[in-house]
Design a protein around this ligand. Sequence first.
Ligand code: PGA
Length: 242
Amino acid sequence: MIIANWKMNGSKKLVKDWIDSITKDIEINPGKDCIFCPPICYIDYSRRIINEHDNNLKLGSQKIDTLIHAPFTGGLSAEMLVDLGCQYVIIGHSEQRMNLHETNLDLSSKLKNTKEMDLKPIFCIGESLEQKNSNITKEVLNEQLEVIEREYIQEVIIAYEPVWAIGTGQNAEISYINEIHAFIKQTLQNKIKSSIQISVVYGGSVNLDNCKEIYCSDQVDGLLIGGASLNSETFTKIYNML
Ligand code: PGA
């Protein structure tokens, strides 16, 4: 699966041009899902354009709130996202963990809300540079993974995004990605005492030059792409190359 995370970028015109261009240049393969995560204010507009094109592009939200059926000004529920035609939602991105001070309890509520509405969570985890340099990456990831309750493990897509690789142009080396993805899969399999398949996608400075090597690894089940997904030509080349 290839996920385009637009973060806080775009406009109605850019969204339309991007979807038009993807429809023209990408034959979306059911074995390689293509998931578009625009800013939440463009979700409904994106859904309308996708429906006009009937192109198999899936839609994901960058946001969901912890509460359901509560008086919460500005809140966004799983039910609303499904109503808008979202199939996926990004949860626990490091930019939100940091800027919104999200706790494990918040993330756990968000995961629970998705489960109740049949939305697929893309759950982001990753260590900071300081944590990597202190050799505590696996402890950090282990703690982040603890939020996922046993009964949700099969539903969740994990996005391993080392914080030091996001938006820096410095992707993790393939040997490091392989080691960490294997660790994540093993940790979750141990938790449910089963060898079921766990999907782990990689994110962090994926671009045209490094996408193939990362995607081709047996340990990598997809890519979460920020900056390089904004330009439809670049994104098309990445999707078509894999
Ligand atoms: P990047 O962002 O590809 O620009 O590093 C990835 C992400 O934050 O999801």
